[in-house]
Design a protein around this ligand. Structure first.
Ligand code: GLU
Length: 297
């Protein structure tokens, strides 16, 4: 992407205390923004009210500041693309959903609750990535149209109420290879329908899924490069399809290796001792913690 000014973002979800693994990825994001003389924004990804807790949102900002992060736009400082809390941006997501529906990129799906619940959070590990959807609710014909005239039970979620709650799934172009050059991991290729399937963009309980909210916000906030963990590489392929469907500019991607514990497990909330909070309480200094972290130019 060739935009005059580099804009990067930190996009944590307030579902627990941030740990050292978050800090390392975010540090790369901050370093990349600095190297390019750009801006860094903070976006609070608080869409899933069932999982997020208010105390974590406050702690998140405090921990990030303690560690040495600085952002010029965010929920605490405002900015030209406010609001920076996703829970306050529903109108943006609804407008995008309506566009996808009008373009027949999505279809309603009444499959299991489990898939639906998983959709709001970013698919961080293989075990919680969206399974390839078997196509149960996928309309058979390309001529298919969702309108309230053809099927009164299925109306746009924008025109609520639905007679029964449905998720909305993005229909992926089976067999198409989605490729992109990742700034850190190099050339990437994912085949639609094989490496990932039709994915949820909106949940039946009226919450936008991570994939949609992320694309809508990165585009609206004019993010030029997305820096995040490498477990989201396949999500970049899903998101590229959404950018295309919504006719939005695709940002550059830079996915960082994940920090692992001594057993090779990805750091997670269970690694309490590595939460920034605890490290700080134990007298660790941010400078010491980030010794040896290198970010590629
Ligand atoms: N809030 C998402 C997370 O918790 C952000 C993912 C992204 O950076 O796109 O990982």
């Amino acid at each position: 992407m060739n935009r005059a000014q580099y804009r990067g973002r930190l996009a944590p979800s307030p579902t627990g205390y941030l740990h050292l693994g978050h800090a390392r990825t975010f540090w790369a994001a901050q370093e990349r923004a600095r190297m390019h003389g750009g801006e860094l924004i903070l976006r609070n990804e608080d869409l899933d009210a069932t999982r997020f807790k208010m105390e974590f949102a406050g702690a998140m900002i405090e921990d990030l500041r303690w560690f040495g992060f600085e952002w010029s736009e965010g929920p605490d400082v405002g900015g030209k693309f406010a609001p920076y809390n996703q829970s306050e941006r529903m109108d943006f997501y609804r407008a995008a959903l309506e566009k996808l529906r009008a373009g027949n990129f999505i279809y309603p799906c009444t499959c299991s609750r489990k898939d639906i619940q998983a959709a709001t959070r970013a698919p961080h590990a293989n075990d919680d990535d969206e399974p390839i959807y078997p196509g149960t609710c996928r309309p058979k014909s390309d001529e298919w149209r969702v309108t309230s005239d053809t099927n009164p039970a299925v109306t746009s979620p924008v025109a609520r109420p639905l007679s029964r709650p449905a998720n909305w799934r993005f229909r992926v172009p089976d067999g198409e290879t989605i490729s992109f050059a990742d700034g850190n991991c190099g050339a990437q290729k994912f085949v639609a329908g094989k490496d990932f399937g039709d994915f949820v963009v909106w949940r039946g309980d009226d919450v936008p899924a991570y994939q949609l909210a992320c694309v809508v916000d990165d585009a609206a906030m004019q993010v030029t490069e997305v820096v995040r963990g490498s477990d989201l590489l396949v999500s970049a392929a899903r998101q590229i399809l959404l950018y295309r469907a919504l006719n939005l500019l695709v940002p550059d991607f830079y996915h960082c290796e994940l920090m692992r514990d001594d057993k090779g497990m990805r750091l997670a909330k269970r690694h309490d001792s590595l939460s920034l909070r605890q490290l700080r309480e134990h007298g660790e200094s941010p400078e010491n913690l980030r010794r040896g972290w290198v970010t590629k130019d």
